[in-house]
Design a protein around this ligand. Structure first.
Ligand SMILES: [Zn+2]
Length: 473
């Protein structure tokens, strides 16, 4: 059932279902509007099971009609058990969703498949994107299959092997001297100039819906049951949100019962200068967490033998914190290769960039708490009742607040020691000249976004607060 309306997720303004990137009123993201009453009457387990062995078996729950030739379409990838991986991580059962068996070996075939079908429906003949690898492959391949023209714009730092994989499909490729962000900005500008289907810009509302099919397939392949937990990469947050939406939509239609799965998000860390700075800044915090894990009674358990390794990952892998860095650099890193090798040891070799994509469930309820604790070593946990992207931002804000409180405490201790030293020598505790210098110095080194006025207010408050606390003893 093709939808004919898009709705802004922020202000709820409605638009016709054409190629439109964001809300004209508030720039919020647009989402297709489905007629849930009609879907509840027409969609059943049987109607889905009678569909093709591709993501188009869920055509009724997608925003566009299936293309005419859907042989070899993306999706309907295997969900296989990995018992050795399950015992290695200490959970009852782990299932892997083998999305590398899609036509161009990544889940991007799903999202591009839906966007390309919409482009064809709208009569657009050029499929385009900015990419650091997988998306470019999917766009070029889908365009070749559908007899369309493809244009892929990529940063000139992308590895030659990845470009070769895109080039074999015969599309047009343009290198940009800059980062992935620069490429993204360029395609946003281009989308206002040329009549092309930029899959993740002006077709984003349709494109993103392709990710839901991962959740649909997992539920159907588990004989219409929901898994206990799903582990997925966060990346831009879109895949993660759509997996959650997919399960919710199946529940809404009564196709599955029970509580929604817990969602665990992982994020690989890019190796750019900014993240290296963050790593060194966070070293103290990580040391603290390491001590916690070595507490007597916890540190010797089998799942914590690997805690040191997990903590090393924690520096690279903190969910949400490095969302933008990671999306920008395409996440090339040792951590993904390591994870990919780990999968390979259990019989599933996956492409590095896809290595942190998996679906997991634990049947053994007695082991659940341990599994969750293991996951906490390296991932942030989101309650399914909250929008997972909101939960991820909240995690980031909470972590910052924890550091803020710890910094204030450290400052109070240092000032208290100074006050005692001064008192012994009969020196005045408050030195207005030093305070004026401190304010001027911090204004000079402040990198923003806090304004000079804001910084003055903050410092006045902090200085007064610390004095009061020191006076309290
Ligand atoms: Zn809006």
């Amino acid at each position: 059932m093709a939808v004919d309306t898009l709705r802004c997720r922020v202000c709820e303004a409605e638009y016709p279902a054409v190629a439109s990137g964001s809300c004209a009123r508030c720039f919020g993201p647009l989402e297709p509007v489905y007629d849930w009453d009609a879907l509840a009457r027409t969609v059943s387990r049987e109607s889905i099971e009678a569909g093709p062995r591709s993501l188009w078996r869920y055509e009724a729950l997608l925003p566009t009609a299936a293309p005419k030739n859907i042989k070899g379409g993306p999706g309907w990838t295997q969900l296989v058990s990995a018992p050795r991986l399950a015992s290695a991580v200490g959970v009852g059962e782990v299932l892997l969703k083998l999305d590398h068996t899609n036509p161009t070996h990544s889940f991007k075939d799903r999202v591009v498949g839906v966007a390309a079908a919409k482009a064809a429906e709208l009569g657009i003949e050029t499929l385009a994107c900015a990419s650091t690898g997988n998306l470019g492959n999917a766009v070029a391949a889908r365009a070749a299959a559908g007899g369309m023209r493809s244009v892929v714009i990529y940063p000139n730092t992308v590895e030659p092997e990845k470009l070769l994989a895109t080039a074999v499909y015969g599309g047009e490729m343009y290198a940009v001297r800059g980062t992935y962000d620069d490429c993204s900005r360029l395609i946003v500008e281009l989308s206002g100039e040329v009549d092309w289907a930029f899959v993740n810009v002006n077709l984003r509302a349709y494109y993103a819906e392709g990710s839901k099919t991962l959740a649909f397939e997992i539920a159907e392949q588990l004989d219409w049951e929901l898994p206990d937990a799903v582990i997925a990469p966060i990346a831009s947050g879109s895949l993660f949100t759509k997996i959650w939406q997919g399960f919710e939509q199946f529940r809404r239609l009564g196709l599955v019962e029970g509580t929604a799965p817990r969602l665990y998000g992982g994020q690989a860390l890019a190796r750019d200068r900014r993240s290296r700075r963050r790593r060194s800044r966070d070293r103290d915090r990580t040391r603290l967490q390491r001590r916690d894990l070595r507490r007597p009674g916890r540190g010797r358990r089998p799942q914590h033998v690997a805690a040191r390794r997990h903590l090393r990952r924690l520096r690279r892998d903190r969910c949400g914190r490095h969302r933008r860095c990671a999306a920008r650099s395409g996440c090339r890193g040792r951590d993904r290769r390591e994870r990919s090798r780990r999968r390979a040891r259990h019989g599933h070799r996956v492409e590095d960039a896809a290595a942190d994509r998996s679906a997991g469930r634990s049947r053994d309820r007695g082991r659940r708490r341990r599994a969750a604790r293991w996951a906490r070593c390296r991932m942030s946990i989101h309650q399914p009742a909250v929008d997972p992207v909101v939960a991820s931002f909240r995690d980031e804000i909470t972590a910052l607040d924890v550091r803020l409180v710890s910094t204030i405490n450290a400052r109070i201790k240092a000032v208290k020691a100074l006050a005692e030293y001064k008192e012994e020598r009969g020196l005045a505790f408050v030195d207005p000249e030093r305070e004026a210098w401190l304010v001027a110095y911090l204004k000079r080194v402040n990198g923003g976004p806090i304004s000079d006025e804001g910084l003055e207010e903050l410092l006045a408050f902090v200085l007064a607060l610390v004095k009061t606390e020191v006076a309290r003893g």
